[in-house]
Design a protein around this ligand. Sequence first.
Ligand code: 4NP
Length: 161
Amino acid sequence: MVYKLLFVCLGNICRSPSAENIMNHLIAEAGLSEQIVCDSAGTSAYHIGSPPDRRMNAAAKKKGIELVGQARKFQASDFERFDLILAMDRPNYQDIIYCDGEGKYQDKIKMMCSFASNHGDKEVPDPYYGGEDGFNYVIDLLFDSCAGLLDYIVTNNQLSP
Ligand code: 4NP
């Protein structure tokens, strides 16, 4: 069985592609690339087809991560395709929940920051209209959250390389 993760933000050009690429990096380091796969999506259609934001990529590169991907919109069929859906902030979470009209998939939807252990944030802040520090902070927070998320998945699914 391959465990499938979907990271979701608003535009799918800053936070969720960062989470996806950082998570892929940690999964590869752990030797679990055959067992856990990642994708990302946005709740909006604003940037469909676009690559990750240049400022976000610059922040990721400082930590050794190259952001790759092409923005797409979250769709209801993602509920069946993925095992876990990680929302970056509360509006993202609410938008995803709204797509799950019957409440069938609620257990699959979680807040990304609930896996962080070195940050008290409840949400991954939207860096889009801010400065460089905001982008750097998102990368730090996502490294922390992704590490906790990987531990959670490995433990709950008894995965080993
Ligand atoms: P993201 O950031 O949701 O982390 O990809 C944003 C990207 C674009 C916009 C807002 C946030 N926007 O308003 O276009």
